[in-house]
Design a protein around this ligand. Sequence first.
Ligand code: AKB
Length: 315
Amino acid sequence: MIVGSTGQIGSELTMELRKRYGNESVVAGYITGAEPKGELKESGPAALVDVTDPNTIEAAVKQHSIDTIYNMAALLSVVAENNPQLAWKIGIDGLWNILEVARQCGCAVFTPSSIGSFGADTPHIHTPQDTLQHPRTIYGVSKVTTELLSDYYFHRYGVDTRSVRFPGIISNVTLPGGGTTDYAVEIYYAAVRGERFVCPIKEGTYMDMMYMPDALDAAIRLMEADPARLIHRNAFNVTAMSFAPEQIYASIKKHLPDFEMVYDIDPLKEEIAESWPDCMDDTCARQEWDWNPKYDLETMTADMLEKLKARLVEG
Ligand code: AKB
């Protein structure tokens, strides 16, 4: 079951899991106001799952005999900063509710962490797997807590919790909404629409990024991994590429030479971006469960432009 199945990652994760395990085996959890539509709705079962209401989680798990929960419900870094209480309620109270149902019903749980779990005093270059985590955003604080609480449920109760620290995820199906790395998605939409892109992040600001097919592979591969090989659990560094705005711009310009970008720095986004790693070391994920991303900046750009062009321009 995917909690938050209509979000940026949830919408594509649900379809990928249905492709791999069969449509009827994967339940799309949603909240009122964000119901599945189109292919997501037509292709398999759905259930109302509000992480802030434990009864809805328990009812869906029991009704559909769920063995694994992908808990994708969260506010991204910038929106969380504008509503810290809600970020905590969904991210941590919600996680607690999920873990309790998982403990009682014997489910495995994947709850993503993020590069946002690091802070200004974390080594920014080749950020190690085990290092300082002192974020100053509520998003980061809730992600560090997510990692600790998930590990606690594993050690204390044997709940099979696993997680990765996702970098910025770039996709062409559902927009992210409210994250610091969103610019790296929005730039492709502007390019394909023939618009000038106004970049909120300063030239030279590096962040880890990943194309959606690799992000889906990371989540599923980790949940399928042999537990005997896992030294870490919550959460693994995973990355596929690291770039600054001028580099993604240059890679798009190779395909669309007239594309223009200007800077108008958003101080909140820039401050958050500067506190995050420039590039993480994901050796542990590679060693413990064979993490091996397929896309780099150039292959991602080619695929993003092709897919978005087909959808936005050619209809
Ligand atoms: C965000 O920018 O908030 C997210 C993240 C990196 O966790 N995309």
